[in-house]
Design a binder for this molecule. Structure first.
Ligand code: 5RP
Length: 232
């Protein structure tokens, strides 16, 4: 298990608490997954608001319920008001890689259902260019061999995340994408392989970022770049 330095964890918490300030009574809130998102869930719990939530993982649902937050089944939901989630990397164009925690498929569904999606992170996640982090691809176990062979033609290398299974019962291929730069093309190419059920490239879903470094939180908004509505 990875342990953050106290400073990194403080930055995660400060970014999370700042973003939680956007939550108001009556909202349906999407809860992310991971250590930064867990700070947001705890901060939202402390606010004692009258909200409903949907969760991007069983772990986040359990944490939220333990704090008295009402968690609804996402299967009954079409639109979420505000989602707050972490990321492994995010660049200045709000492109992100997610899924080190294995929740990228549900995270992307909930992000796409959300009117507003905020990434919260410590400063180490802010990068000049995404791609140093492993890109996780969620794979139907039935199609493991086929998908691995197709992915091999698209990325530098790919490694199964051991026996790990996602909350959906699927396997994860962690891909080293190398110096890839046409992210839309890669996202489409991976997404079109039958047996791939999701991946951690978030190119259009992030609306804003709260990033904390050295105890200072900076909020940035996707400037003027209206999201293509078809991607939502
Ligand atoms: C899980 C994710 C997480 O948001 C991402 O891995 C960041 O995690 P952490 O906040 O623990 O650094 O995408 O699927």
């Amino acid at each position: 298990m990875h342990h953050d330095s106290a400073d990194t964890d403080t930055d995660k918490r400060l970014a999370a608490e700042a973003a939680a300030g956007e939550v108001v009574d009556g909202m349906l809130v999407g809860l992310g997954t991971g250590s930064t998102a867990a700070h947001a869930i705890r901060a939202i719990g402390r606010l004692k608001l009258h909200i409903d939530a949907v969760a991007t993982s069983n772990a986040s649902a359990d944490l939220a319920r333990s704090l008295g937050i009402r968690v609804r089944d996402f299967a009954d939901v079409a639109t979420v008001d505000l989602t707050i989630d972490g990321a492994d990397e995010i660049d200045a164009q709000f492109r992100a890689i997610k899924g080190a925690g294995g929740a990228m498929l549900r995270e992307k569904v909930v992000a796409c259902a959300s009117r507003r999606m905020i990434v919260i992170a410590d400063g180490s996640k802010r990068v000049e260019a995404i791609g140093a982090a492993k890109l996780p691809v969620e794979v139907l176990p039935f199609a493991a061999g086929f998908v691995a062979s197709r992915i091999a033609g698209l990325v530098r290398s790919a490694t199964w995340r051991g026996d790990y299974r996602t909350d959906n019962g699927h396997r994860v291929l962690d891909c080293d994408v190398g110096a890839y730069r046409d992210w839309e093309c890669l996202s489409d190419a991976i997404g079109r392989i039958p047996g791939v059920v999701g991946h951690g490239l978030f190119l259009t879903q992030v609306d804003a970022a709260y990033i904390a470094e050295g105890g200072v939180v900076t909020r940035t908004e996707r400037a003027g770049l209206a999201r293509p509505s078809s991607s939502r």
